[in-house]
Design a protein around this ligand. Sequence first.
Ligand code: PMT
Length: 213
Amino acid sequence: MNILITAGPTREPIDPVRFISNRSSGRMGVALAEAALARGHAVRLVTGPIAVPAPPAAERVAVVTAQDMLAAVQANLDWSDALIMSAAVADWRPRTPSPLKLKKNRMPAQLEMERTPDILQAVAARKGGRVFVGFAAETGEPEEEARRKLQAKRLDLIVANDVSRADAGFEVDTNRVTLLAADGTVEALPLMLKTEVASRILDWVEAHAGFRA
Ligand code: PMT
């Protein structure tokens, strides 16, 4: 299969030296890319600024902003049989980034913000027979919110990610997730390495795509 994976955060500029972002390190997306490559799939990996090395065997597309990531996903979607959006895309960006560094005594007390494009919603109409997998990073009721996103973003599978504990979610090597499929099946996985989570997600993608190695 040709698998398009997004990983890491996006950065939304305030000025040339400051930005809004989040704690995503890229570990989960890189684990997915490594697992997919090990199974013989071709991987294109769209990354924001990640803190871990990307596997050399993946075709890498490095991006910075949500807008850049949207363009990269749109450009590579036709090639793909599956899209896995593990990136933590910033939901908001400053409406008018300053072209010059803002002096600290001239920093506005409030920044005017606007929404970034929703990448999954933007490509939903081009899904066709592809498998679409999203993640939902939640601190409250992970499953409830993930179920809402599964429907709103017209996904085949959503990986509900409980990021309220120190051993799961952002920056660490372990994760605790529940897989919720569009057909209603739910599988809660225990705490495991992100490499193992990646393997379980790929098992699901391969089965759903009718793929056998
Ligand atoms: O990178 P690590 O340090 O290993 O951390 C892994 C992780 C916690 C970032 C990862 O496991 C994870 O949960 N990624 C999704 C985080 C997230 O942004 O979730 P969300 O609930 O805000 O978004 C829901 C889905 O929509 C995601 O698939 C996201 O990629 C996608 N999205 C979000 C915003 C946006 N503008 N466009 C999108 O397509």
